[in-house]
Design a protein. Structure first.
Length: 149
């Protein structure tokens, strides 16, 4: 068949121009929370969040324009390990470690319940515009594994 009659698929995934990680699309509400008006004008929407902790790029667009960690208004997890894993509650790695030490899941469960509730403000407060459940659970499980060894 002649390729002239075959439609190429639309690109639905963008990759970070610096590290090549698969981007996570974010909306304007998220960008407004982390970027100034001037910065938002410099990046096209929809923009993408680079989830790689080692990469300094936070947001990028399909034209490979990027906003780095030095340019955002506050620390972002996983780029900055001291930043809250759950910005809605301010839940930090230390809070999860405290749950592990105390043998409870109080703080972890509270974050998960909050993320599931209508009160969650993940689109606005989370740098990737998504609930923090994955970050919280992943870090909790890693702490459990480290404690066992």
């Amino acid at each position: 068949m002649n390729k002239a009659f075959v439609r190429e698929p639309d690109q639905t995934v963008d990759y970070c121009p610096r590290c090549g990680s698969k981007g996570e699309q974010v909306g304007s509400e998220t960008l407004k929370s982390y970027l100034s008006d001037e910065q938002r004008r410099m990046i096209a929407e929809p923009a993408n969040f680079c989830p790689s902790p080692q990469c300094s790029v936070v947001y990028f667009d399909t034209f490979e324009r990027a906003i780095s960690t030095d340019d955002v208004q506050r620390p972002i997890y996983p780029k900055d390990p001291t930043a809250p894993l759950c910005p809605c509650l301010g839940l930090t790695r230390e809070d999860i470690e405290r749950d592990i030490q105390e043998g409870v899941k109080t703080r972890v469960k509270a974050a998960i319940e909050k993320a599931k509730s209508p009160d969650a403000r993940c689109r606005k407060l989370a740098a990737n515009g998504r609930p923090c459940i994955a970050y919280v659970q992943r870090y909790y499980m890693r702490c459990l594994e480290d404690r066992e060894y």
